[in-house]
Design a protein around this ligand. Sequence first.
Ligand SMILES: CC(=O)N[C@H]1[C@@H](OP(=O)(O)OP(=O)(O)OC[C@H]2O[C@@H](n3ccc(=O)[nH]c3=O)[C@H](O)[C@@H]2O)O[C@H](CO)[C@@H](O)[C@@H]1O[C@H](C)C(=O)N[C@@H](C)C(=O)N[C@H](CCC(=O)O)C(=O)O
Ligand SMILES: Nc1ncnc2c1ncn2[C@@H]1O[C@H](COP(=O)(O)OP(=O)(O)OP(=O)(O)O)[C@@H](O)[C@H]1O
Ligand SMILES: N[C@H](CCC[C@H](N)C(=O)O)C(=O)O
Ligand SMILES: [Mg+2]
Length: 485
Amino acid sequence: MLLKNLLEGLDYQLVSGDVNREIGKICYDNRKVSKDDLFVCVKGFSVDGHTFAEKATENGATVVVCEDEVKVLEGVTVIKVDNTRRALAKIASNYYGNPSKKLKVIGITGTNGKTTSSYIIRDVLTKAGNKVGLIGTIANYIGDKKFKTERTTPESLELQELFKQMVDEGANYCVMEVSSHALALDRVYDVEFDYAIFTNLTRDHLDMHKTFEEYYKAKFKLFKMANNCIINIDDDYGKRIIEDLEEDKKSKNIVTISLKQDADYTAENILLGAMKSEFDTKGKKYEMEIPGLYNVYNSLGCIAVCDLLKLSYEKINAALKEATVPGRCQRVGKSHNLDFTIIVDYAHTPDGLENILSTVKQVTKGRVIAVFGCGGNRDTVKRPQMGEIATRIADIAIVTSDNPRKEEPALIIEDILKGIKDKDNCITIENRYDAIKKAIELAKSEDSVVIAGKGHEDYQILKDETIHFDDREVVEEILQNRNEV
Ligand SMILES: CC(=O)N[C@H]1[C@@H](OP(=O)(O)OP(=O)(O)OC[C@H]2O[C@@H](n3ccc(=O)[nH]c3=O)[C@H](O)[C@@H]2O)O[C@H](CO)[C@@H](O)[C@@H]1O[C@H](C)C(=O)N[C@@H](C)C(=O)N[C@H](CCC(=O)O)C(=O)O
Ligand SMILES: Nc1ncnc2c1ncn2[C@@H]1O[C@H](COP(=O)(O)OP(=O)(O)OP(=O)(O)O)[C@@H](O)[C@H]1O
Ligand SMILES: N[C@H](CCC[C@H](N)C(=O)O)C(=O)O
Ligand SMILES: [Mg+2]
């Protein structure tokens, strides 16, 4: 593709060379560069991409996009911009033919509930006969074709490529989780969002955003970009989004949801069962297999979007009734006819843990046994908070490892224990397999075991290696071995 065309809509300064040259592909990692590629220098958290510019040109790059002065081989075109992450997003969008404009894109942001909401909306749209793309934590999908992912929201280059693939394969919708990292790091810059949902904003990721204000500002970007904004106003930050959208009110459609106050979408006659819920909204009854009041919030956001898309009540309710999300309040070990319940859930934030444990507590006649840990190289302030929550709500809390990453597992556990005043109902077992085993050994009739934090994950990230580890498989193996004894 001609460089000039790739730069369309971008403010830039031509430092050297010519814009009338053909480009191979776009790269932001010099190790992936080959002949005639365009290399974008990104200032990262660990290294500055500008230091790889010369190497990139040695590897064959003929164009370098940068913010600062760079050393390059002779004859290379150098393009200077204010922000290379944004430039990368814009160039990638141009390269793939601005594919997000050819799709109806529904973005979901918030600390918790993004994956759950995206699955529900995907299921409704699919049931209504659409081919749907899904981008999120568990995997990316085009229709029922699954693609592995390492990120909740991919880097802009990979994101635009995925949109293009969706368009090529005939998808008309894309439902995507938009992480705060993606918003802060401009991975979704230049994406045209038709709809955006705000679920909530609670403690997480302050290792990256530093302050709640910065975390909020990252989330807010999505609503500046979207045409239709669906906002949970029971969260104070939801109210703030609406206030901060004041100047855009005329050009945007703002839809509110609430379970506590007047709003466009509220719910009445809420019935919360062990593994299902029911509620009425706008005079219609909805049922769902996923329990918990927090999932009523998730469902309301989804119903609001689906209504705006003019999908029928019958289709929405039929899909909601059957919607399940892997690793979110997922019952495991059912085939073993246990007299207690085992649930695997992805709660890895204080709010998520509070929600899943109190939801399970409400429907458990016996005791609640919680197994949980906290991820390494992530927000540390949430650790003692989660310790406090688990020991307050659960009858027995087993503190273990999540994904320790580069941190020492014992020190992460120590941080969690700092939040626990009364340690009577708390056990520490560093090895996650052993912790799950202990929980199952302790469980008696009518108890519930909640294994939180890793949900759908089928790996555990340790210091020097990533091993296969799936809480759901571990439970099966433990139950199987128990049967054989
Ligand atoms: C904090 C964060 O998001 N960091 C992302 C960021 O890294 P970075 O900017 O620090 O990159 P860097 O390693 O310093 O390198 C700078 C530049 O030099 C380039 N480079 C580097 C080395 C080299 O030899 N040659 C070279 O060209 C790199 O490709 C990069 O362009 O840009 C990188 C390239 O796109 C990402 O891989 C990286 O994600 C890291 C791995 C990550 O773990 N991110 C997580 C925290 C994340 O994004 N999570 C969110 C939210 C999860 C949720 O709540 O659901 C997500 O959306 O998944
Ligand atoms: N609306 C909600 N409010 C609070 N907690 C929720 C909500 N929805 C889900 N949860 C809890 O948070 C956990 C994670 O949910 P989900 O995967 O849908 O969130 P997410 O926003 O996609 O998270 P991530 O940032 O890791 O991608 C669930 O397992 C559940 O315990
Ligand atoms: N998307 C979140 C998920 C955390 C899941 C938990 N299992 C952990 O590893 O901390 C993150 O990357 O922070
Ligand atoms: Mg998610």
